[in-house]
Write a protein that binds this ligand. Structure first.
Ligand code: FAD
Length: 302
C-alpha cells in the first residue's frame, strides 16, 4: 500500500462521496427507466451525476435535454460530458455556452474516440480542438466558474505509447485547469494504487477518482474492457463462469465483487467513488449502502 493512497487517519470513519454516470436515453421507454433510476439513487445525495456524450456528438441534443431535466427537476448537480470529435471549435463553444447559460457548472472534458472507430488513428477536426487539454483550456477561459473533470487511465490509454506518456497528457489537462480526474474502470485495485503513486510522483495533486463498473453483464463488461484497454483478471472471469443463463446469481456475484472492490479501496483511504451505473440502480444502491451511505445524507461507518 502506498503512502499517498492511505490518507484517512486510523479509526476515523468518514462518509465517502459518490457520483453516478448515466448515458442519455434513446427511447421514451429508456427515458422512463432512467428517471426511475435517478429517483432511486438521488436520495443517496451524490456529489454530482454525469451524462455521457455519444461518439462524434451523436447524442448532443439528448445529453443536453437529460442534463437540463436533471437540473430542472431534481436537486442533483449535473456534469455534462463533452468530446472534441468531429466538431469545429465554434460548435463546441456553443454547446459549452449553452450549458453555462442554463446553469450547468461542471463539464467532463474529453478528446473522444476516433470517428473511424476504436483502433483507427485519431484525426482532430481541422477547425476543432486538437486534444482534451485544448478543450479544458478553452472551457476555463470562457467560463472560469466551470468545474472541469477529465479522464485518467490506470492501465494507460490504448493509444498511449507508455504510462508515462499518458501521465504527461493528464498533467497537460491539469495544467489547463482540470480539477478532478475520473478513471477508466479497473478490477484490480493494485493497478489503481500503483497508478496513483506515479501520478503523485509526477506532481499531479488533483483527486483521481476511481471509476467503478459493477459487472451487470460479464460478457458485455469483457467487451467494454477489451475496447478500453482494461484487464479482466482470470479470478473475475472464474467468478462468472457458468452463470450465463442465471441472471439472479450473476447479480449477487456482481454485488459481492464490486462491494469487495470499493470496501478495499475505502479501507486504504479512498474517499470518492464514481459509479458507471449503465442506467441501472440496484447494484449501485447496494454497493453504496455497503459503503455506509444512507438515503438523505444519513451515514453509517462502513
Ligand atoms: P486524453 O486523455 O486526452 O488522451 C488519450 C490519449 O490520446 C493519450 O494518452 C495519448 O495517447 C493521446 N493524446 C492525447 N493528446 C495528445 C497530445 N497532445 N499529444 C500526443 N498524444 C496525445 N467517450 C465518449 O465518446 N463520450 C463520453 O461521454 C466519454 N466519457 C468518458 C468518461 C471517462 C471517465 C473516461 C475514462 C472515458 C470516457 N470516454 C468517453 C472515452 C474517451 O473519449 C476515450 O477513451 C478517448 O479515446 C480518449 O479521450 P480522453 O479525453 O480520455 O483522451
Amino acid at each position: 500500500m502506498s503512502e499517498t493512497a492511505s490518507i484517512v487517519p486510523a479509526g476515523e470513519a468518514r462518509r465517502p462521496s459518490i457520483s453516478f454516470e448515466f448515458f442519455p436515453p434513446k427511447t421514451a421507454e429508456m427515458e422512463q427507466n432512467l428517471w426511475n433510476v435517478i429517483e432511486r439513487l438521488a436520495p443517496l445525495a451524490p456529489d454530482f451525476v454525469s451524462v455521457t456524450y455519444g461518439a462524434g456528438g451523436s447524442t448532443r441534443e439528448r445529453t443536453h435535454s437529460t442534463i437540463a431535466r436533471i437540473l430542472n427537476e431534481t436537486s442533483l448537480t449535473p456534469a455534462a460530458h463533452l468530446t472534441c470529435v468531429d466538431a469545429a471549435r465554434g460548435d463546441i463553444d456553443e454547446v459549452v455556452d449553452r450549458y453555462h447559460e442554463v446553469g450547468v457548472r461542471h463539464i467532463v472534458a474529453l478528446r473522444g474516440d476516433p470517428s473511424g472507430g476504436i483502433g483507427t488513428a485519431y484525426q482532430a477536426h481541422p477547425q476543432g480542438y486538437q486534444n482534451s487539454a485544448d478543450l479544458v483550456a478553452s472551457i476555463k477561459r470562457r467560463h472560469p466558474d466551470m468545474e472541469v473533470s477529465v479522464s485518467a487511465y490506470p492501465e494507460k490509454h490504448p493509444e498511449s505509447a507508455s504510462l508515462d506518456a499518458d501521465i504527461d497528457v493528464l498533467k497537460a489537462k491539469v495544467d489547463a485547469g482540470a480539477t478532478r480526474a475520473i478513471t477508466q474502470f479497473f478490477f484490480d485495485n493494485d493497478l489503481y494504487f500503483r497508478y496513483l503513486d506515479r501520478v503523485r510522483a509526477a506532481g499531479i495533486d488533483i483527486p483521481i477518482v476511481p471509476g467503478i463498473l459493477p459487472v451487470q453483464n460479464f460478457k458485455l463488461a469483457k467487451n467494454f474492457a477489451t475496447r478500453a484497454g482494461a484487464t479482466v483478471p482470470d479470478w473475475l472471469a472464474a467468478k462468472f463462469d457458468g452463470l450465463d443463463d442465471d441472471a439472479d446469481t450473476r447479480r449477487l456475484v456482481a454485488a459481492t465483487v464490486a462491494a469487495g472492490q470499493v470496501q478495499k479501496l475505502s479501507k486504504h483511504g479512498v474517499q470518492h467513488f464514481h459509479f458507471y451505473t449503465m442506467n441501472r440502480a440496484d447494484l449501485v444502491f447496494a454497493i453504496s449502502h455497503i459503503l455506509g451511505i444512507r438515503p438523505n445524507g444519513a451515514q453509517k461507518a462502513a
